[in-house]
Design a protein around this ligand. Structure first.
Ligand code: SF4
Length: 230
């Protein structure tokens, strides 16, 4: 992965968007076997840290925002962005330019008291779900010891109840695990509890991960339609 990257300003869904990775290496609460970052989690932790390099990142973001029209900054970490203890400075900087803040996280620590107030200040939050049994959660997502799939959903549900912005849920379908009727029923129940504004349905779509875990288009369409049916 590339540390602390900042993209060009790109048009996404009609908005001029800047993408930012606030991490120096892959730090996450999970270590998923199907992680699209293609490397093991260097530090599996729910703590946050001050990273040398964040000052330069702040300067780079400021420079882009001063010299371009940007409507939204999408914090898209290579891992769990909350591990950067200066994320609040990044979000405050972005908001001082009148830009919206969108962030993606696996969602497990969204409701953690240390992080919840900051996450509540974002305009759009995306949480994720990828496994549908406790056994698969432990085996395929390799979370921090003590984490459970039930708590994962409880945490996102509790966060969503207090969040006034747009909350979306990204579901990743995995071949021979989360692509059948039982998985669909599990996801439907999770969606009913979490109440996201939108559900995105994806599957690994590149190289070896696609071969090992990718699900066909018809299955994705079926899940997408059933999970967005209100
Ligand atoms: S939660 Fe996301 S970033 Fe973290 S290991 Fe899993 S796929 Fe990778």
């Amino acid at each position: 992965m590339k540390p602390f990257w900042v993209s060009e300003v790109l048009e996404r869904h009609g908005e001029k968007t800047l993408f930012v990775n606030p991490l120096p290496e892959k730090i996450c609460t999970f270590d998923c076997v199907f992680c699209p970052i293609h490397e093991r989690t260097a530090h599996k932790t729910e703590d946050s840290f001050h990273f040398e390099g964040t000052e330069s990142l702040l300067l780079e973001i400021k420079n882009v925002l001063m010299n371009n029209t940007v409507e939204k900054v999408f914090i898209m970490p290579d891992g769990e962005g909350l591990a950067n203890g200066d994320l609040e400075s990044i979000i405050k900087l972005v908001k001082s330019f009148g830009c919206k803040v969108k962030i993606i996280t696996n969602g497990y620590i969204l409701n953690h008291p240390a992080y919840k107030p900051l996450m509540l200040s974002c305009d759009e939050v995306i949480g994720e779900l990828m496994t549908v049994t406790e056994e698969a959660f432990q085996r395929l997502q390799r979370p921090i010891a003590g984490y459970t799939l039930k708590s994962y959903i409880d945490n996102m549900t509790a966060f969503r109840q207090d969040f006034k912005g747009e909350f979306n849920l990204s579901i990743t379908l995995l071949k021979n695990h989360s692509d059948g009727k039982a998985a669909l029923d599990f996801f439907k129940e999770a969606v009913k509890r979490i109440k996201p504004d939108h559900v995105y349905v994806e599957t690994p779509d590149e190289g070896k991960l696609q071969q090992a875990f990718g699900v066909d288009d018809a299955t994705i369409d079926k899940f997408r339609s059933e999970l967005n049916h209100k």
